[in-house]
Every structure is written in structure tokens, then in C-alpha cells.
Design a protein around this ligand. Structure first.
Ligand SMILES: Nc1ncnc2c1ncn2[C@@H]1O[C@H](COP(=O)(O)OP(=O)(O)O)[C@@H](O)[C@H]1O
Ligand SMILES: [Mg+2]
Length: 238
């Protein structure tokens, strides 16, 4: 039983058939990446998992064996499946610290919340330095750290990351990917990573799926894909 098991996922936007029957699974403790070009359906996949989109009756999305398609988005978060959306939507008028605290607003155990806050501030020292700063004044990379940090504050078992590298300078991309690896390794958080940056994503992931116009066209070991001629030609071309 995989921690995340997606079977026959279809999504329609009116007449647009955006996802055409996707099957995908993520085992506990894995980093799995879903790569694909702009418009392939990556964000749609994450939004469907998070309960933000309607799916037909014969679509199944389950987490630890229980069905997510029938429950609300906030209940999905409470189950431990937490989405860091594309474009890092932080609360720009709130401070870094307030943004992080917002991530934990439904949690009861204040000691555990405090421990998680300490963990996030150690994982991202830049956030520690900028605790009192308004989130809207952070750089893009710092806002991405904050978005991931806020998700960590809700005590996730599975993190869904939508293009965390988008728009960031190469050195910050490295930092973000290092921290993704670290929270997977040290906290055992399972990760489904959506990326256009196939090179970086395949380097950190255990397994990968390639999405093309709403269909999975390839899947397998991430490192093997790095040297697959078809992947190189389509996604790693220099
Ligand atoms: N709200 C929407 N309404 C209509 N079409 C949409 C909407 N969101 C996405 N789409 C379409 O669905 C397809 C997949 O989009 P998306 O999941 O955002 O792709 P990706 O994240 O891989 O770039 C695209 O053709 C896009 O234009
Ligand atoms: Mg997208």
C-alpha cells in the first residue's frame, strides 16, 4: 500500500480534458518527481490531490489507504497531505513568524508547534534572520523557503511541491533542493515534487513520471532517466 495512490485521475476544465487518466503512486519516504512542460497538467494533478478540483466518480486518490476524493481540502491537510502551491503564496503583509504560525493554526500541541518552528528556522537560517520582516519584502527565494516552512508547520506526512525552483537564481535553486532532500531524510517526509526543471528534480528524486498533455508517458528510476536519450532530448537538452 503506497502512501499516495492515484488511479485513473481525470480532470476537466469545462470542455478541456486536462488530465486523461493518470496513475501514479508514491511510497512512504520517497521523493517522487512529476516532470513535464508548461501546460502538461502538473499543477492540475497537485490541485486534484489537495481537493481543490472535482474529479469523476471512477477517479481514486488515496492516502494510506483512505480515499481523499470525497473529503474537503482542509480535511486533506489534517490527514497530513500538504500542498505548497505554485508561485509561493505567502501572506505578504504578515511577518515571517506570523506566516509560519498560520501554518500551525489548527494544531493543539503547542510544544510540538514550537519544536517545528525551531526546526524550520534551523532548516532555513535566512528566515530566522528575517523573523520580524514582512513576507512581502522577502526575495523570491526567501518567499519559497517561507512557503515550504509554513507547510512544514502543519506537520505534513506528504508534501506536494509545485515548481519550487521557478524564477529562482541557480544558487537559490540549489539551496531549495538541498532543503527538500534534508527534510525528506531527517524528518521522513514523503515528497511529490512537480518541476519543469527536470535536471534538478531528477537529481533529488528516487523515481520520476513524465507528464505530457495530460498523460503519463514515462516512469521509472530518476537517475536512469537522467541518461535516457528520450528524456535528454525532450527535457534536458542543452
Ligand atoms: N482554471 C483553468 N481553466 C481552464 N483551463 C485550465 C485551468 N487551469 C489549467 N488549465 C489548462 O489545463 C492544462 C494544464 O494546466 P496546468 O495543470 O496548469 O499545467 P502545468 O502546471 O503542467 O503547467 C493547460 O492546458 C491549461 O491551460
Ligand atoms: Mg504549473
Amino acid at each position: 500500500m503506497a502512501t499516495l495512490d492515484i488511479k485513473n485521475l481525470h480532470v476537466y476544465y469545462g470542455h478541456i480534458h486536462a488530465l486523461k487518466g493518470i496513475d501514479l503512486h508514491v511510497e512512504e519516504g520517497e521523493i517522487v518527481t512529476l516532470i513535464g512542460s508548461n501546460g502538461a497538467g502538473k499543477t492540475t494533478t497537485l490541485r486534484a490531490i489537495s481537493g481543490l478540483l472535482r474529479t469523476p466518480e471512477d477517479t481514486s486518490i488515496s492516502h494510506d489507504g483512505s480515499e481523499l476524493t470525497q473529503i474537503r481540502a482542509d480535511q486533506i491537510v489534517a490527514r497530513g497531505v500538504v500542498h505548497v502551491p505554485e508561485g509561493r503564496r505567502v501572506f505578504s503583509r504578515m511577518s515571517v513568524q506570523e506566516n509560519l504560525t498560520m501554518g500551525a493554526y489548527t494544531r493543539k500541541n503547542q510544544q510540538m508547534v514550537k519544536d517545528d518552528l525551531d526546526y524550520v528556522l534551523k532548516l532555513f537560517p535566512r528566515l530566522q534572520e528575517r523573523r520580524a520582516q514582512k513576507a512581502g519584502t522577502l526575495s523570491g527565494g526567501e518567499q519559497q523557503m517561507l512557503a515550504i516552512g509554513r507547510a512544514l508547520m502543519s506537520s505534513p506526512k506528504v508534501l506536494l511541491l509545485d515548481e519550487p525552483s521557478m524564477g529562482l537564481a541557480p544558487v537559490l535553486v540549489e539551496t531549495i533542493f538541498d532543503s527538500i532532500e534534508q527534510l525528506n531524510r531527517t524528518r521522513g517526509i514523503t515528497i511529490l515534487l512537480v518541476e519543469q526543471n527536470a535536471q534538478m528534480a531528477l537529481q533529488v528524486a528516487n523515481r520520476a513520471y513524465v507528464l505530457e498533455t495530460g498523460r503519463i508517458t514515462m516512469s521509472g528510476d530518476a537517475k536512469a532517466m537522467l541518461s535516457d536519450p528520450k528524456v535528454i532530448a525532450a527535457y534536458l537538452g542543452l
